[in-house]
Ligand binder design. Structure first.
Ligand code: PLP
Length: 377
């Protein structure tokens, strides 16, 4: 399903991005699987290895704040014995105050990946079209395959000063358009004014996935314009700027009528009690967030200087990572770094296989990367 390019005629589908030959089945029960599930390779998350320097999945290099750790310690056994609040009422109340919306405009998810799953399940019937500029976050494709929907990739308009919004996104007949802003893996940012124009032209839902927007300049978020665009859904995650990737928390913002319908689609207890408390504590510590973002943006400059010293280029980034153009040695350098227990991200995919995506780390991690690159390159 995934991977049709805009403008390609039906019947000339590109091979789905992660399609792999089905494994030889030793268990006869697998024949009962839906063919799309049996055939798909499944999403490949970045490697999660603990005793490495992890600059491969864009978590924050800095820890969550003391208020979050206090909230963790304050969890009572009774609150673990009981089910959590299915609607995450207090979390949504605190989030509404933080983001200047109403609680009825918010749905909490088990990470923003959960919010994405809810959106796909709610809007896409088998055969429906979903579109995204390409390259972008790989999970958008796999969710389409799971849902039996047809993913249309529309290439970004690539330029030296960034990757720009492709106009065709509004006209490919997609019910759902996914746009990560800043984009993963490029870190490039589309101005809100362009997104508003896209939303107005689109006969469908525009999902603005703002996983990295806290690292972008002020004024980059769509949230202040949500009320003016009932066909826009905004996603936020706590996995990046709030340092809570292990806690799994995301927020979905939309018109209250949409949120009411989407609430019917989510798992009843999709956000556990511990995570709800950690999310509240994180939202209530704005100073920690500000310091973390400022530290990350400062370290991003150091990483840019390091990358430039190797003659590599990158597109201007508004996120906590750089997508570096490394050339034909990209895979070899990725493997050599991995051997030295330093993980960065490399994809064996067209447009990406000459590049490395490097997450902004701590100053010590940048120093270590510099030392390893010196010996490898
Ligand atoms: C654009 C984008 N959206 C969503 C996610 C997933 O976020 P979460 O950890 O909240 O599921 C990621 C993670 O890398 C991402 O890059």
């Amino acid at each position: 399903m995934a991977g049709r390019k805009a403008g390609q005629a039906p019947g000339t589908l590109r091979l789905p991005i992660l399609m792999a030959a089905p494994r030889p089945a030793s268990c006869s029960a697998v024949r009962h699987l839906r063919p799309a599930i049996a055939a798909m390779a499944g999403y490949t998350p970045g490697e999660q290895v603990l005793d490495c320097i992890k600059l491969n999945t864009n978590e924050s290099a800095r820890p969550p704040g003391p208020k979050v750790m206090e909230a963790l310690q304050a969890i009572t056994s009774d609150r673990l014995r009981l089910y959590p609040d299915p609607r995450a009422t207090e979390l949504r109340r605190v989030a509404a105050a933080t983001y200047g919306v109403t609680p009825e405009q918010i749905l909490a998810g088990n990470g923003s990946d959960d919010c994405l799953t809810i959106l796909y399940r709610a809007f896409l019937a088998p055969g429906d079209r979903v579109a995204a500029p390409w390259p972008t976050y790989g999970l958008y494709d796999d969710l389409a395959t799971l849902q039996g929907a047809e993913m249309i990739h529309v290439d970004w308009r690539f330029a030296a000063d960034g990757w720009h919004l492709p106009e065709a996104l509004a006209t490919v007949g997609a019910k759902l358009v996914l746009l990560a802003n800043p984009n993963n893996p490029s870190g490039t940012l589309v101005p809100v004014a362009d997104l508003r124009r896209l939303a107005e032209r689109l006969d469908g839902i525009l999902v603005v996935d703002e996983a990295y927007v806290d690292f972008a300049p002020e004024g980059s978020s769509f949230l202040p314009f949500l009320d003016a665009h009932p066909n826009v859904v905004v996603l936020r995650t706590f996995s990046k700027s709030y340092s809570l990737a292990g806690g799994r928390l995301g927020l979905l913002f939309a018109h209250p009528d949409l949120v009411a319908h989407l609430t019917k689609v989510k798992d009843s207890y999709n956000v556990n009690h511990v995570t709800q408390r950690l999310g509240i504590a994180a939202l209530q510590d704005a100073a920690w967030l500000d310091a973390l973002v400022a530290g990350t943006v400062a370290e991003r400059k150091r990483l840019e200087t390091l990358v430039a010293s190797h003659g590599w280029t990158w597109v201007p980034t508004a996120a906590n990572f750089l997508l570096c153009e490394v050339g034909p040695r990209a895979e070899a350098i990725y493997l050599a770094l991995k051997e030295r227990r330093l993980l960065v991200r490399w994809w064996n995919k067209p447009l990406l296989n000459t590049k490395l995506r490097i997450t902004v780390g701590t100053p010590e991690q940048t120093d270590r990367l510099a030392a390893e690159l010196k010996s490898i390159v």
